[in-house]
Design a protein around this ligand. Structure first.
Ligand SMILES: CSC[C@@H](O)[C@@H](O)C(=O)COP(=O)(O)O
Length: 365
């Protein structure tokens, strides 16, 4: 996607050929800064502190992180240690584990001296595949939006939560890809953007993206969505996912479940958009089985933003001394999901629906 007319991806090989460049998402929307990751430690830290975030991008960064680790220690022990270090950075997004498994399986087939080049190339392939998957998700999802706009005969209102746009992937995004494709095709739409406390990925990142692309949008407080749905203000919800079970339960940013409940109560269609790398085929019950990341309470008790003089400040907003909890994701059961938009088409949110799109998994099972 473009920033000030210049096309960007969220991660790309640096010109030196031995490191990668990423957009520092902790600085957006007020500052656009590119960071270079040159070591395993830098890649792991970038994922942990959310310089890069979003399930698909976490996976690609981990793949490059494994490559960077192979420059430091390409032995089998070094490979095991690097996989463990990267896997420990964030527990919920399955793309992380999926990318590590894929690259490390590849590396075990080659001798140590070749491992860096192999891993770097494989990470690049994963990135390219992610772009293709997200673009395909955009095309499939755009048809849903176009049909809805045609049926309503007016601009449609789409609600999204967190940031599942191009910043959360390598390019295009998952939940926002259908919006970009539909907007580019001339489908009249407007997006309600949940601010997404505590880290405000909606207010900071989704709004930044939609602004840059010229998509009409309005940022709302997280608690406003139910009210808007009761009054006919939302025609469809689209969210991303960090892990989707083989039965169609969808785990996404904290607060997604409440939106799905409100959508169900108001008969508003609720879609999750995700690539195959987000499906955890080993799980059947998302609420019971998906590990939910618990993040630092400071993300709830403090807010960081821009001051009138352009400087940045972090301020305290919770009564000092009050305990704070910060679960970062929740699970929306399949029964609340209308459809799962994937790179292969739209699946019914069920084991049968997903297997119909991914028949090779039936054989694997
Ligand atoms: C295309 S990304 C889908 C999800 O990763 C996204 O909705 C989300 O919850 C991101 O969470 P984050 O904690 O910012 O990494």
């Amino acid at each position: 996607m473009k920033i000030d007319g210049k096309p960007y991806r969220t991660i790309w090989p640096a010109p030196d050929g031995v490191s990668v460049a990423v957009i520092d998402q902790t600085r957006l929307p007020f500052a656009f800064e590119v960071r270079r990751l040159a070591s395993l430690a830098e890649a792991a830290e970038a994922i942990r502190v959310m310089v890069v975030r979003g399930a698909p991008l976490i996976g690609v960064t981990a793949a490059y992180g494994l490559a960077l680790a192979m420059r430091e220690d390409a032995s089998n022990d070094g490979l095991d240690r690097a996989v463990a270090a990267l896997a420990a950075t964030r527990p919920t997004a399955i793309n992380l584990r999926w990318a590590l498994d894929r690259v490390s399986a590849n590396l075990r087939q080659v001798q140590a001296p070749e491992r860096f080049a192999h891993a770097f190339a494989e990470a690049g392939r994963i990135a390219e595949e992610d772009v293709a998957s997200c673009h395909a998700i955009g095309n499939h999802g755009a048809r849903i939006l176009a049909d809805l706009a045609a049926a309503k005969g007016r601009p449609i209102n789409v609600l999204t939560h967190c940031n599942a746009g191009w910043l959360a992937t390598v390019d295009w995004g998952t939940a926002l890809a259908p919006i970009y494709v539909a907007h580019d095709q001339g489908v009249p739409l407007h997006v309600y953007v949940d601010e997404t406390r505590p880290r405000n990925q909606g207010a900071a990142l989704t709004a930044f993206e939609l602004n840059a692309h010229g998509v009409p949008h309005t940022v709302i407080a997280d608690n406003a969505g139910g009210h808007l749905m009761q009054h006919g203000g939302i025609d469809v919800c689209i969210v991303g996912s960090d892990r989707t079970t083989a039965t169609g339960d969808v785990c996404n940013k904290i607060g997604t479940y409440l939106k799905a409940l409100a959508a169900h109560d108001n008969r508003v269609p609720f879609y999750a958009a995700l690539p195959f790398s987000t499906i955890d085929w080993t799980l059947a019950d998302g609420v019971a089985e998906i590990p939910i990341e618990e993040r630092d309470g400071r993300e709830v008790s403090h807010l960081t933003g821009r001051l009138p003089d352009g400087g940045f400040a972090t301020i305290e907003v919770v009564s000092p001394g009050s305990p704070v909890a910060n679960p970062a994701f929740d699970v929306t059961p399949a029964r609340l999901v209308t459809g799962i938009i994937t790179e292969r088409g739209v699946a019914e949110p069920s084991a049968a629906g997903l297997l119909a799109l991914y028949p090779e998994r039936r054989r694997a099972a």
